[in-house]
Design a protein around this ligand. Structure first.
Ligand code: HQG
Length: 186
């Protein structure tokens, strides 16, 4: 596939596997997985022809390793998004609670900063607040939306000590339900 096609299919997969499986008529299992063959059949029925080999290429080449594949003992291969799901899709990724590093980072358009400092980080339409392990990654996340980006520091160690739970997705994104304002620093 061309680079443009890889991105196009990746975006389509993100939409289906994170936000709208019903848009192509597939159902995710409770942990977010769907059999690859079911997904490819459904995509083809909705105008996106992707072969099994091409799907594997999209997964392997993906810049953020957004998708995970798993083959069961019965030989059936399943796929899911490793993170980023909408709350309304309601999947349980089954990730263990992990002790976070002392600080994590959150990149966001500067226009959000005042509100975040006042009310904390909310998951919005997603299941979790997404946090980055390093500043460059947080900058990349924040830049998706606007030119002017702020990187906020989250006192993850203090949060964990206070009983808040953190997970790390298979592709290294830190996830937590919400971050109260007292743990956010500019
Ligand atoms: C903001 C990408 C005002 C928050 C990335 C963010 C990530 C507030 C936006 C993943 C707020 C939600 C998620 C408050 C939060 N006031 N704004 N109180 N609380 N916000 O897209 O973290 O490329 O749901 O700062 O790499 O930007 O799609 O979250 O700007 O891992 O794979 O509300 O998406 O991954 O936006 O990004 P999002 P996010 P992919």
């Amino acid at each position: 596939l061309t680079d443009a096609a890889l991105v196009r299919v990746s975006k389509r997969l993100s939409r289906v596997l994170r936000h709208a499986p019903e848009s192509v008529g597939v159902t995710l299992d409770p942990h977010g997985w769907v059999p690859v063959d079911d997904l490819l059949t459904a995509l083809a029925r909705h105008g996106t022809q992707v072969s099994r080999e091409q799907l594997h290429e999209v997964v392997a080449d993906n810049d953020k390793q957004r998708f995970a594949l798993r083959t069961g003992a019965d030989g059936v291969t399943w796929i899911r998004a490793s993170q980023g799901h909408s709350a309304r899709v309601g999947v349980d990724l089954g990730l263990a609670a992990v002790a976070p590093p002392e600080v994590l980072y959150h990149g966001t358009p500067t226009t959000n900063v005042a509100s975040i400092l006042a009310t904390g980080l909310h998951p919005g339409r997603r299941q979790h607040v997404h946090l980055s392990a390093d500043v460059p990654t947080a900058l990349t996340v924040g830049r998706r939306r606007s030119g002017s980006v702020a990187v906020l520091t989250v006192r993850a160690g203090l949060m964990a000590a206070a009983g808040y739970v953190f997970h790390r997705s298979a592709n290294g994104v830190w996830l937590t339900a919400a971050v109260p304002a007292e743990f956010v620093r500019r």
